[in-house]
Design a protein around this ligand. Sequence first.
Ligand code: G6P
Length: 361
Amino acid sequence: SAAEKAGYKHFMQKEIFEQPRTVADTISGFSSQINEDLYNTVVNADRIYIIACGTSYHAGLVGKFWIEKFAKIPVEVDYASEYRYRDKIINDKTVIIGISQSGETADTRFALIDAQKEGAKTIGIVNVVGSSLSREADYTLYTYCGPEIGVAATKTFTAQLIVLLLFALELGLKKNTITKDLYEDLQQKILSIPSKIEKILLKEKSIKDIAYKYMNASDFLFLGRNINYPIALEGALKLKEISYIHAEGYPAGEMKHGPIALIDDKLPVVALAPMDKFYEKMISNIQEVKARKGKLIAVATEGDENIKELVDDIIYIPKTEDELYPILTVVPLQLLSYHIATLLGKDVDQPRNLAKTVTVE
Ligand code: G6P
């Protein structure tokens, strides 16, 4: 009903706008869920597998960067429907993290159950309290988002990122693979993420104008590097899911090995170009797109004037630490796909052929 949407047109829009609160709630709810037993299990792990589907899989790809960087534990990320049917290499030092908003996705659940039978320790990152995965996993870490109604995941994605990031930092502190100073500094910066998301949400009107400009494109390319590469994948997935426009996410450095052939004056290219240590490399990729007359939409850091000459449209996000950018860069992409889909008259909360929770294998 309209009341449930609290003044928003769709649940998806409401859920995008809830993110300052759901991120803050997930930050404050994190520490009470961890215990010595869980930490000891993971600190002694020789390898972590992150298993998930859809948007949760993209959160896992970002989580890999954080766990490897801060805790120095090798991480592999796999689609649950692929991991399940592979020959698993598991011992009692293997930890499996299953990420699932619903906690009911069949492939993710059964991948964890199978690995558990072979001796792995399992952790669920789950939004729905009491869901199957939360009961089946050895440990559960919750995201605190409340119900997510829109089929396309938004607020649960940013909350999953928060859980993975805080977990990686705790592991790093415990393992001594990061300094106490870095740990404390990042904790401070994480506390400012909700207000930074708030600032991005204030740009909705200008993002809608960009959506209007490109809504008739038949394909989109999303480019990112390093920790923002999974966000390019997520941006493309969101657009496909709700607008039915074909979109691909690609690591910007890999563009020259294929997708560059697609670029012409009709192709919108969304470039994630925050001011991090990959900025110069991203700018080179942007120049390569421009030279082939692609239409460029950049997600860039406030204060970056230089990029204006290179791109057609810019969505500015606040400055943060390199490692924290994915939690910000995804927000404009959620709004961009939301507005393209609604301008096209699509049913964003109930896109065709998709289900919120997939309990078939
Ligand atoms: C479905 C939904 C996606 C979701 C995926 C995984 O495909 O439409 O939005 O990302 O399932 O769901 P889960 O509940 O396991 O995170």
